[in-house]
Design a protein around this ligand. Structure first.
Ligand SMILES: CC(C)(COP(=O)(O)OP(=O)(O)OC[C@H]1O[C@@H](n2cnc3c(N)ncnc32)[C@H](O)[C@@H]1OP(=O)(O)O)[C@@H](O)C(=O)NCCC(=O)NCCS
Length: 406
């Protein structure tokens, strides 16, 4: 009989074995690495507690697991609580008995009870999670920089060097926060999280102008630029960091992957490099990212202060009325009055109604679609109403950095 519950310290070894077996595909070295990673995360991840590891146990052996990875995330200047999923697996000997589905159902309840607003996972078996509520999210921008010939000297007048893990950390953290707090999706990294991932810093480079770190870049093996951050106006420093990666690229590297970095494309072109945007796969494969909104009302409550600020600053700041969002995850009424937005229970007659699927609701929260496209009655979309919707649901840049994936 399967017992589904939070892991205890005594389950950890068995859970790590279960996850190692499922993801190592028979590779012993890989098995050891994964096992160690599970134990390291369970003990040291600053956002994680042992309760976050959900297990299915038979006769004292962990046969199926789901690890919740709690992460605060930035959305447009607010912080949401995200419960990511990792380590979803069942020992091969115990598959097809409904064990993992049972652990996942328990996990969904646990994520809600823990107060997470939204959940994120990466997968190649979308259907498995779709039946339980997760939805594909096909956003985010990536490019390939084509490495060919000489890289022109960047216009930046400062210097580029490897990051000093301790001396530069405060500056890099600040740049990360400035770069990401208004975006949608990136982890709100606190000091403990930077420390937990301090091994990454060995592959960071920084750009320095007037003895101040103004930009940083994180690449893996010169092949993938996973992350770039820069202070406002320091695009030239960021482009110099990209040029440095291209100059370091060894023979044989023809393309350097660049996550995000749209604002730097013109500067990269000046280095004499072509850039190709990576879109949906030509073979139509889906991206790996899936989200599920867990608690729509509390999630919206966290966004209300920014909505009010934006409404107050918008040309429709004195508009009053109710915007109803009818969505695949429930209905929410937002009342606008006196340049402020509040959530109200069941308003009588909304002025504007938006109808969104669960997928569209996720896209709306992350600023990837226009709210106006979801208005059910076109006649409601007056000039004022359009300005209100833009204030409530602004378009945002989506980010989730590769090294923060789980
Ligand atoms: C995916 C996995 C966790 C399922 O574990 P399980 O305990 O066998 O799952 P359950 O018995 O609860 O559910 C199985 C059902 O899920 C569904 N399912 C399984 N794989 C699926 C897939 N690739 N796509 C869609 N549905 C799938 C099927 O309906 C399946 O029913 P079946 O057993 O009659 O074939 C397990 O196969 C595993 O550990 N795989 C290796 C690790 C892995 O890939 N994990 C997912 C990472 S995102």
């Amino acid at each position: 009989m399967l017992e589904v519950r939070a892991a205890t310290e005594a389950d950890l070894e068995s859970a790590a074995e279960c996850i190692g077996e499922a993801f190592a595909s028979g590779d012993d070295a890989q098995y050891d690495t994964i096992r160690q990673e599970v134990l390291h995360a369970a003990h040291d991840d600053p956002f994680l507690s042992l309760d976050d590891l959900r297990v299915g146990v038979i006769d004292g052996v962990v046969v199926s697991t789901v690890a919740v990875m709690p992460r605060p995330i930035h959305v447009d200047g607010s912080i949401l609580s995200m419960g990511g999923l990792a380590g979803v697996c069942t020992r091969e000997s115990h598959r097809h008995h409904g064990y993992n589905t049972a652990v996942l159902r328990d996990t969904i309840q646990y994520i809600e009870d823990s107060g997470h607003d939204i959940s994120l996972l990466y997968t190649g078996i979308h259907g498995y999670y779709e039946r339980l509520g997760w939805r594909s999210f096909e956003h985010g921008v990536a490019h390939d920089i084509i490495v060919s010939g000489d890289v022109a000297a960047p216009a930046f007048r400062g210097s580029v060097r490897p990051m000093h893990a301790t001396d530069d950390l405060a500056a890099v953290r600040e740049i990360y926060d400035v770069t990401n707090r208004d975006k949608a999706g990136p982890v709100a990294r606190n000091a403990a999280y930077w420390t937990y991932h301090s091994d990454r810093l060995a592959s960071y480079h920084v750009a320095v102008a007037d003895r101040r770190v103004v930009a940083y870049l994180h690449d893996t093996d010169g092949k993938r630029i996973e992350e770039i951050g820069y202070l406002p106006g320091a695009e030239d420093a960021a482009v110099a960091l990209v040029a440095d990666v291209l100059q370091r690229a060894t023979a044989g590297i023809e393309r350097v992957y660049l996550r995000d970095g749209e604002a730097l494309l013109a500067g990269i072109a000046e280095l004499g490099c072509d850039v190709e945007q990576l879109g949906a796969d030509s073979d139509g494969r889906r991206g790996p990212t899936m989200y599920c909104i867990m608690r729509p009302a509390p999630l919206l409550d966290k966004l209300l202060p920014r909505m009010s600020e934006r409404l107050a600053a918008s040309p429709a700041g004195d508009w009053s009325g109710v915007v109803r969002v009818q969505s695949g995850v429930g209905n929410v009424d937002l009342k606008c009055a006196d340049a402020s937005v509040t959530r109200v229970p069941d308003a009588d007659a909304p002025s504007i109604t938006l109808h969104a699927t669960h997928t569209q609701t996720i896209e709306l929260v992350f600023g990837q679609i226009d709210a106006a496209s979801l208005v059910t009655n076109a006649a409601d979309l007056t000039e004022d109403a359009a300005a209100v919707l833009q204030a409530l649901c602004p378009r945002l840049a989506y980010r989730y950095y590769g090294p923060d994936m789980f």
